[in-house]
Design a protein around this ligand. Sequence first.
Ligand SMILES: [Fe+2]
Length: 164
Amino acid sequence: MASMSQLTMAMITLYSGDPKRIQHFMKVYAFAKMIAEEEQIGAKQREVIEAAALVHDIGIHAAEKKYRSAAGEYQEQEGPPIARAMLMALEFSPALTNRVCELVAHHHSYQNIDAVDLQILVEADFLVNAYEEGLPKRNIKKFRDKIFRTETGIHYLNELFALD
Ligand SMILES: [Fe+2]
């Protein structure tokens, strides 16, 4: 049975020499895991959320190499096959692998977030990105009001940035 620590090891190996991005996905993983627990998501779906958080930006190097751009759409295109190969090699279930690949393919598309696993991934990623990119408070608030849905994610964001 594959574990999150094995997946973490594989991701750190893949991102060798890129500590910034390793720190990024470890932070997204921690927020996503805690939001999922607090929101009382079931075990199977929590596993999907945790795995997706670890691999969500897996397409970034391929996108940079192929298109010289880390733009979301390129990552969403390049990411899933790389994620699939890694998850299958670690013997994660086909159901988990398929869903994680869907999440990797959609985590930059905010128009139709129709499932709680994608919702939590997007919120966790934003909690980290808002800080890493030094977003102004008004932009963080706007994103919160438009996109955030979970009570825990909203609470984390409000506390992190002392929003009202
Ligand atoms: Fe990210």
